[in-house]
Design a protein around this ligand. Structure first.
Ligand code: G4P
Length: 531
């Protein structure tokens, strides 16, 4: 095996998905702690300061104290080179959060044990499900009173439609949380208090068969309960099947507490064992294997305004095959140009490290003079193929937008089109209006503020936003077969066009979608667009 094949095969690139406050940040910090990337969990970045440090790029983030952008963390653990794709944790997340999932090979889903599956997890899960990537579940906060363990698993299965397979099983919760039972080794692992928050500290391991010691360790009541639950579990839960996991149909579940470190390292080990190295990607010349071709990558995110003075942009790309070397020339397929990627860097929280090389599975950021678009492919100069595009996801909030000073129409159009091109917002025009009205759609409402702020600061245009009641947008999949003019919708439905001229329908509620489908036989609507 060549050196670069080894490098690629030891890479694990995943995203962490969760509802805000489930513990994503804490779990990520603990992963870094085990990877030796930091000394003491929490000391890398107190959350409050980190949020400012990470996102100096946009004033608005500072003002709100939240992170709108996302970053990538790379660290080594047990011979693996791990890339964690961080997704904005606030509930005002954006389409970028979805796109980030396009660059991951698997996802870790963090669930709060006292809450079960929550709204944002459901949305993110749907996007992962669309790609069929493996999903690993960490049920967190067992040090607090938790829902019944079987109920938690039931909730995941019913809410998300994925089978679950517990890898370990919690012993008690809240004050009574003592540790976990590891099903593979058939041992109970209990933790000493000294381990809380730090890497050091001892875990005591007792085989489940050694009942005498088990009872000594966790007490008679907990032992009786555990033995009963294991019996039930062995009879009831889905059989572990790695192929099912890798196809995204079965999720291995671990229990623990990120804050106190209970179960975190076991989870990390199991996860790394089961998850995949960089996956092949579909292109217009077929599947491209990470190790089979020379360098290729696709752009999944564009971060504008990293340096306000220059209005510069960073394009984030996921390397899909081969090795990247800062000296080499690459082809930008959509722009049909051969170029050298400028200032290739790894963006880690508040640090930017200039890179000389990187491999399939890695994420790099490069300076973008305004030539890249989301979904663009880069490959070797002699090649010319394009990776499958990144879908456009359905926004959920809509507003009509007008510039206050009508003389500034040109700047307004330029600004809004550029911001839309970066993918922060989507713009639509009304098909019927005499004068073309602009409607903006966003995945998270914060993007409205970002738009207003950026138009004022970068384009000197003030705007007025008028919120619209629509919550759903659907692309017409079979638009060639449908006469959009003649579609009969509900009275509150609106017909619009996107920037590429595709017809779309806006709905106030899902009932209207159903009615419209009923009234127009043969109409096929989709929640995302690959056009
Ligand atoms: P997020 O990134 O998913 O939004 O969650 P984050 O890790 O920031 O955690 C949200 C809150 O939950 C934090 O408390 C954090 O300390 C707490 N937390 C995370 N994991 C656990 C756990 O295993 N057990 C318990 N009991 N708490 C946990 P906070 O008070 O909101 O923030 P902070 O001031 O402690 O940072």
């Amino acid at each position: 095996m060549s050196n670069y094949t080894q490098e690629i095969n030891r890479r694990r690139t995943f995203a962490i998905i969760s509802h805000p406050d489930a513990g994503k940040t804490t779990l990520t910090e603990k992963f870094l702690l085990y990877g030796g990337a930091i000394n003491l969990a929490g000391s890398v970045k107190g959350k409050a300061t980190a949020r400012h440090a990470v996102s100096d790029w946009m004033e608005i983030e500072k003002e709100r104290g939240i992170s709108v952008t996302s970053s990538v963390l790379q660290f080594e653990y047990d011979g693996y080179c791990i890339n964690i794709l961080d997704t904005p944790g606030h509930q005002d997340f954006s389409e970028d959060t979805y796109r980030t999932l396009m660059a991951a090979d698997s996802a870790v889903m963090v669930i709060d044990a006292s809450k079960g599956v929550e709204a944002q997890t459901r949305k993110l899960f749907k996007v992962c499900g669309m790609r069929g990537i493996p999903i690993f579940t960490f049920i967190n906060k067992l040090d607090r009173d938790a829902n019944d363990t079987f109920d938690l698993l039931d909730d995941i299965e019913k809410e998300l439609g994925i089978a679950t397979c517990p890898v370990n099983w919690p012993i008690g919760s809240g004050k009574a949380f003592q540790g976990v039972y590891d099903r593979e080794s058939q041992c109970v692992i209990s933790y000493s208090d000294t381990e809380k928050g730090t890497k050091e500290g001892v875990a005591t391991e007792v085989p489940i068969k050694d009942e005498e010691h088990l009872r000594e360790l966790i007490g008679n009541d907990a032992a009786d309960k555990l033995l009963g639950e294991i019996e039930l579990l062995d009879g009831a839960s889905a059989e572990f099947d790695l192929d099912e996991v890798r196809a995204g149909r079965l999720t291995p579940v671990c229990f623990g507490s990120a804050l106190t470190n209970f179960g975190v390292e076991i989870f990390l080990k199991h996860f790394l064992n089961m998850t995949t190295p960089p996956l092949p990607r579909m292109s217009d010349i077929g599947l491209i294997k990470p190790t089979e071709k020379e360098f290729s990558a696709f752009v999944f995110k564009i971060q504008a305004n990293m340096n306000k003075a220059h209005r510069d942009r960073i394009a984030f790309m996921r390397i899909c095959s081969g090795k990247f070397d800062a000296q080499m020339e690459v082809r930008h397929v959509q722009g049909n140009k051969v170029l050298r990627l400028s200032q290739p860097q790894q963006i880690m929280a508040d640090e930017r490290k200039i890179l000389t090389e990187a491999y399939a599975g890695d994420i790099i950021g490069v300076f973008d003079p305004g030539i890249f678009s989301i979904g663009d492919t880069l490959c070797m100069p002699k090649e010319k193929f394009a990776y499958e595009g990144i879908p456009t996801f359905a926004p959920e909030h809509f507003a009509r937008v007008r510039q206050i000073d009508t003389m500034k129409r040109k700047q307004f159009v330029k600004g809004i089109e550029q911001i839309a091109q970066e993918g922060a917002i989507q713009i639509f025009t009304e098909m019927t209006a005499g004068m073309e009205e602009v409607i903006v759609g966003v995945v998270g409402v914060l993007q409205f503020d970002v738009l207003k702020y950026r138009l004022e600061n970068e384009y000197n245009v003030e705007i007025r936003l008028e919120n619209l009641p629509y919550e759903h947008i659907r692309w017409i999949e079979n638009k060639e077969e449908v006469n959009v003019e003649k579609l009969i919708g509900t009275s509150d439905m609106k017909k619009v066009k996107d920037m590429k001229g595709n017809p779309l329908l806006l709905f106030v509620n899902s009932w209207s979608i159903g009615m419209t489908l009923d009234r127009n036989k043969g109409l096929v609507l989709t929640e995302f667009s690959r056009n």
